[in-house]
Ligand binder design. Structure first.
Ligand SMILES: Cc1cc2nc3c(=O)[nH]c(=O)nc-3n(C[C@H](O)[C@H](O)[C@H](O)COP(=O)(O)OP(=O)(O)OC[C@H]3O[C@@H](n4cnc5c(N)ncnc54)[C@H](O)[C@@H]3O)c2cc1C
Length: 404
């Protein structure tokens, strides 16, 4: 039995699902819209467990969705926070090269930043690094003035508040458990009853591939969970870091390397690493989910990825289990930091799409199928870009899903 009928339904109350919902309410205020979230509040997973950085768009391949939506999304995020009185700060960041062999990559990054239209990005020498971050090491650094910080859990609460104020519904504690595609409607069964809709958008983050299958589609990718663990600098040592200090990333991986981030609260954290998690919502080492593990091991791309990256994967686990090893990685950026300056912080789990050939999907990926749209890969900088991802998805949905 269907309780209610909607024009559009979104599965997932993270920053992406809510960003899409907000854009729908702005552009199509007359549509009946329902957002389903399985947890008891929004932003319980990636969107509430991240670094809180408003990325500038420095790293991404020019012309990619990530590059375009991050650069415009960062400006939109700053404007959104300003307009709604949410905490944010455009504090800038430095990407520091600590070995000579990183200098060519730093120059490559500078060119990327320029190609992506970033303003004010420039290479600086060690004296200027010391003026900006007195305790940081660095032969040279890239100064990125447009990078900022906020709190995406707070941003999500504001998105949800605006969506509800526009008359749409954000239903929490409502997990989608089944999807039936009928000729003129889609029925979504949930833990809070069944709802019918004309169009469905899957923004289920760590479960987006499973929701795709539930809707009768083959996603063509598997979501691999990579846990990111943080240490916090003890308050007495937080003054070691003024803003954000990043290493030069290894281009073979989609992650940025452990770095220092000043939070909008003033705390400083160090991390996140990127450890293959044994459960999709595996926030701790001991979290193991047999179904998640079995499906990963049965996916051919998993073994291909493992063959290619096993060495790095073991290094990440080693660094995760050994504080001294984690601290050594941080000392490259901040030589004065010691083990006693750091206490265990939180963690988050990234949803990263993996292809059957073992390659990690680099760009954002949205795939349509009839009146259903699957958002299959929206890793970092998706929180930064969420307002622009919302616009891009609603542009697609307006024609492909027939929203009008
Ligand atoms: C450690 C870490 C650090 C990061 N740092 C940054 C950063 O500094 N800046 C940045 O821009 N990005 C960052 N990111 C990336 C960013 O947080 C994510 O890209 C973004 O939050 C993805 O949003 P989402 O809505 O797709 O996913 P999520 O926030 O995971 O939301 C998906 C939602 O779907 C719900 N759901 C799943 N299955 C169902 C179901 N069956 N029924 C109903 N609901 C369901 C989940 O409960 C969840 O709330 C980071 C991510 C991590 C993990």
């Amino acid at each position: 039995m269907t309780d209610s009928r909607y024009n559009v339904m979104i599965i997932g109350g993270g920053v992406v699902g809510l960003g899409v919902a907000l854009e729908i309410t702005r552009r199509f205020p007359h549509l009946r819209l329902l957002v389903l979230e399985k947890e008891d509040r929004v932003a319980r997973h990636q969107s509430g467990h991240n670094s809180g950085v408003i990325h500038s768009g420095l790293y991404y391949k020019p012309g990619s969705l990530k590059a375009r939506l991050c650069v415009s999304g960062a400006a939109a995020m700053v404007e959104f926070c300003r307009e709604h009185g949410l905490p944010y700060e455009v504090c800038g960041k430095v990407v520091v090269a600590t070995h000579a062999d990183e200098l060519p990559r730093l120059e490559e990054l500078r060119k990327r930043g320029e190609a992506n239209g970033l303003v004010g990005v420039r290479l600086i020498g060690p004296e200027e690094v010391k003026e900006i971050e007195p305790h940081a090491a660095g032969l040279k650094a890239l100064l990125v003035p447009s990078t900022g910080i906020t709190n995406y859990a707070v941003v999500c609460d504001k998105y949800a508040e605006l969506i509800s104020a526009h008359g749409a519904t954000v239903l929490t504690s409502a997990a989608a458990t089944g999807i039936k595609r009928l000729p003129n409607e889609i029925v979504v069964e949930t833990t809070r009853g069944a709802f019918s809709t004309t169009a469905l958008i899957n923004c289920a983050g760590l479960y987006s591939d499973r929701i795709s299958r539930l809707a009768g589609d083959e996603p063509g990718v598997m979501i691999v969970p990579f846990r990111g663990e943080y240490y916090d600098l003890v308050p007495e040592r937080a003054s070691l870091v003024r803003a954000l200090i990043y290493p030069v990333p290894d281009p073979r991986f989609p992650f940025l390397g452990v770095h220092f981030t000043r939070r909008i609260t003033g705390n400083v954290d160090a991390g996140p690493n990127a450890v293959l998690a044994l459960a999709r919502e595996g926030y701790r080492h001991r979290d193991i989910n047999v179904r998640d593990l079995a499906s990963a091991l049965a996916f051919p791309g998993f073994w291909r990825m493992a063959r290619q990256h096993w060495r790095n994967g073991l290094d990440e686990w080693h660094r995760s289990l050994s504080k001294p090893v984690f601290v050594r990685a941080l000392q490259r950026l901040l030589p004065e930091v010691t083990e006693k300056d750091l206490v265990p912080g939180g963690s988050g789990v990234r949803a990263q799409a993996l292809k059957p050939d073992g390659a990690l999907v680099d760009d954002f990926q949205f795939v349509g199928s009839g009146k259903v749209l699957h958002v299959l890969n929206v890793p970092s900088p998706a929180a930064t870009a969420s307002l622009m991802i919302g616009k891009a998805i609603v542009d697609t949905a307006a024609s492909d899903l027939g929203l009008s």
